[in-house]
Design a binder for this molecule. Structure first.
Ligand SMILES: *Cc1c(COP(=O)(O)O)cnc(C)c1O
Length: 232
């Protein structure tokens, strides 16, 4: 039997989806008259290996993961093969995983409480590794969701910048599923402007074009690139 060297259908699809999403990002950026292109964070959580490898083969290097342990399994070895990888942590982080998160990721998007800020600051100092950090804001003020409440952002930011000396460069939000995302994107942008923060992580597969129109500097796109995820 002959070895299969042709890319599989799934690999073809990932490459095609990546270029389509990139094109849509370009169009949305032109429409918003933005010279800078937002960064595309390809969300690879719960996706099979062949799809991840297809994205890497297509030259993509920026990925988002929501769980530390899963990300370690997926990226530790690949990281050694691609020194230009940039990994974003986009899911809730427990303080007891802070050391592992600091060792693996390049950007932590989910700081939402002083205890976590302090744990990350301590680990970054130990590892002598200063990561870019975003604060996640719970713009919908949903009880079950992570993210700092909008009213508590100023205090948290003071702690992060002052006591913790974290490099806070942006804000991130996940709008409530049943609400119009645009008002949440606009709210996040106004908070970032008020605090002089340059990075805005907002927009997913269903709404990244709206997010770009409202100033997103990075969008987190999973299923539109990789297809449906494994459940759990
Ligand atoms: C899963 C996830 C995404 C990607 O969602 P899609 O709808 O598949 O694009 C983006 N952001 C966060 C925080 C996620 O957990």
């Amino acid at each position: 039997m002959e070895m299969q060297t042709e890319p599989t259908t799934a690999q073809h699809a990932v490459a095609a989806n990546l270029s389509m999403v990139t094109r849509l990002i370009d169009i949305a950026s032109e429409r918003a008259e933005r010279a800078d292109r937002p960064c595309l964070v390809a969300v690879s959580k719960r996706q099979p290996d062949d799809r991840i490898n297809a994205a890497l083969d297509a030259g993509h290097r920026v990925f988002g993961e929501n769980r530390v342990q899963e990300a370690q399994q997926r990226w530790s070895e690949r990281r050694a093969m691609h020194d230009d990888l940039r990994l974003h942590l986009i899911g809730a982080l427990q303080t007891n995983k802070a050391a592992e998160a600091v060792a693996l990721f390049d950007v932590i998007e989910v700081i939402d409480r002083p205890k976590l800020a302090r744990a990350l600051a301590a680990e970054m100092q130990k590892a002598n590794r200063q990561l870019d950090c975003y604060i996640q804001v719970n713009t919908g003020e949903e009880a079950q969701k992570s993210g700092v409440m909008p009213d508590d952002l100023d205090t948290l930011l003071d702690i992060c910048r002052g006591e913790c000396r974290l490099r806070i460069t942006g804000l991130m939000c996940i709008p409530p599923v049943e609400e119009e995302p645009a008002m949440h994107f606009a709210l996040l942008r106004s908070m970032a402007e008020r605090h002089g923060l340059a990075e805005l992580s907002m927009g997913m597969s269903g709404d990244f074009e709206d997010a770009i129109a409202l100033g997103a500097t990075s969008v987190r796109v999973g299923s539109a690139i990789f297809g449906a995820r494994d459940t759990v």
